[in-house]
Design a protein around this ligand. Structure first.
Ligand SMILES: Cc1cc2nc3c(=O)[nH]c(=O)nc-3n(C[C@H](O)[C@H](O)[C@H](O)COP(=O)(O)OP(=O)(O)OC[C@H]3O[C@@H](n4cnc5c(N)ncnc54)[C@H](O)[C@@H]3O)c2cc1C
Length: 427
């Protein structure tokens, strides 16, 4: 079997050194077999190990190979659809539970970083930047909503105030969330994997789960080995393919692209983002950016429905970067890559159980750094028999994509075109 390497990203080039882990070559027995070593899988494994379960993690490529090792690194609180939509979709008790959890993922990341001494350049402070007065109005109501669920540390910013934190003239205002922030995402995943192993968990790389034998005593097959487990957690998200057909039917992998500049002079970096906060704008197809610890600008945006890899990523993303920061016109791009996240029709995560012993969480639809850490905790609670918070997620409706596997891409692209047109027109 060919070895799968990390994509050529800034993160892979600046990762804390870790030797590759072996592939599974035998039959092993474990309490829980986790499929996928991204944040969902690693967070689940860590919470389970901390609660006395034995855990085996199977990873098709390398730890953090998927979105968890390629993302913008932004700690964004809440979900890709906000709590007001959840309140309208489900009853008040469930909405209350989900609302209370909306900021927990960020706290889990900070606890993990502190407890396991993870070196991942953690910085506090995230900005939501409004391009129109309508978007600003939305941020004002979002602040009121989040405060109703006990989340403070939020500051609304007018045009002058946001200019103090972002050297971009395009914004009419914004909201600063000091419980947001940013990290080196691959180093966070690598640190969490080391924590899993420090507690006795086993991680096998280059070991794709190719078949699940379902039943009272499920078995996960890899090309050269088998895992017999009491429970399985499916955490393959946008990279899962057809392993679990029920999950593929109700979600769609989408690509988003990221570029990284050469290191900027200290002075230029300081003028762009003086407080070193990360920023995302409020468009439906949003742009997001931040500085790295060695003063590069990481800039992401764009969505490719169906997750085909675009030929020239720099040609797509550089114009967006220059629209925000024309002062970077002579700066060289050192890295460009793409990664896949999993979109659901409601843009809310899909959490559930198949049969008695196969659990899953997937589809955080773009914002998943915090949610996936929470998901690991909620899945671990369910395996321990405390399912109240798991049920709050599991009861959210799951819809199949209109058009099925064949037509979901064009249908969604038309939907996105409509919303991005509304963004451009400011309506
Ligand atoms: C380019 C990009 C930028 C993003 N930026 C942000 C951001 O700034 N902030 C934010 O909140 N969110 C962001 N996201 C979303 C966020 O990164 C994801 O929601 C999150 O990382 C998903 O984690 P995961 O563990 O569920 O999936 P993944 O990290 O994708 O992990 C799934 C893992 O499962 C493995 N796998 C799949 N199938 C199998 C199998 N059969 N057997 C074994 N292993 C398997 C894969 O190889 C992969 O390593 C971004 C996503 C992308 C792609």
């Amino acid at each position: 079997m060919a070895t799968i390497a990390y994509p050529q990203s800034y993160y892979a080039a600046s990762a804390n050194p870790v030797p590759p882990r072996p592939a599974l070559q035998e039959e092993v027995q474990t309490d829980v077999c986790v499929i996928g070593a991204g944040y969902t899988g690693l967070s689940s494994a860590l919470f389970l190990l901390e609660n006395g379960f034995s855990v085996t993690v199977l990873e098709a490529a390398r730890v953090g190979f998927g979105a968890s090792g390629r993302n913008g690194g932004q700690i964004v609180n809440s979900y890709s659809r906000d709590i007001d939509v959840i309140e309208r979709t489900v009853g008040p008790r469930q909405a209350q539970l989900l609302g209370q959890m909306a900021f927990e993922g960020g706290r889990i990341i900070r606890e993990r970083v502190a407890k396991y001494n993870i070196q991942c350049d953690l910085k506090d402070g995230g900005v939501f930047a409004a391009l129109t007065s309508k978007q600003m109005g939305h941020l004002e109501s979002q602040k009121r909503l989040w405060e109703r669920f006990g989340h403070t540390q939020l500051e609304l910013m007018d045009k002058n105030r946001i200019r103090e934190v972002v050297a971009c003239d395009n914004y009419v205002g914004g909201m600063l969330d000091m419980s947001g922030g940013h990290i080196h995402p691959l180093n966070l995943a690598l640190g969490e994997a080391a924590a899993v192993e420090s507690l006795g968990g086993k991680i096998y790389e280059q070991s794709p789960a190719v078949r699940i034998e379902r039943g009272a005593n499920p078995v996960v097959h890899t090309p050269n080995g088998r895992v017999r487990a009491k429970f399985i957690i499916v955490a393959g998200n946008a990279y899962l393919g057809g392993l679990v057909p029920e999950l593929a039917a109700k979600s769609m992998p989408c690509g988003t692209q990221v570029i990284t500049t050469e290191p900027l002079s200290d002075e230029l970096a300081r003028t762009l983002l003086p407080q070193d906060y990360c920023v995302e704008d409020c468009n439906y197809l949003l742009d997001y950016y931040r500085l790295t610890s060695d003063k590069r600008l990481i800039f992401g945006g764009g969505v490719v429905y169906g997750a085909r890899d675009p030929a020239n990523i720099e040609a797509i993303i550089r114009p967006k970067m220059l629209k925000a920061f024309p002062q970077l016109k002579d700066v060289k791009i050192d890295f460009a890559w793409t990664g896949n996240f999993l979109l659901t029709l409601s843009r809310l995560p899909q959490v559930g159980r198949i049969g008695d012993n196969i659990y899953y969480s997937q589809g955080c639809s773009g914002h998943g750094v915090t949610y996936t850490h929470l998901a690991g905790k909620v899945l671990a609670e369910a395996l321990r028999g405390q399912a109240e918070r798991f049920d709050a997620f599991a009861e959210l409706p799951h819809y199949p994509f209109p058009g099925g596997q064949m037509f979901r891409v064009p249908f969604s692209a038309i939907g996105a075109w409509y919303y991005s047109l509304r963004d451009r027109l400011g309506v």
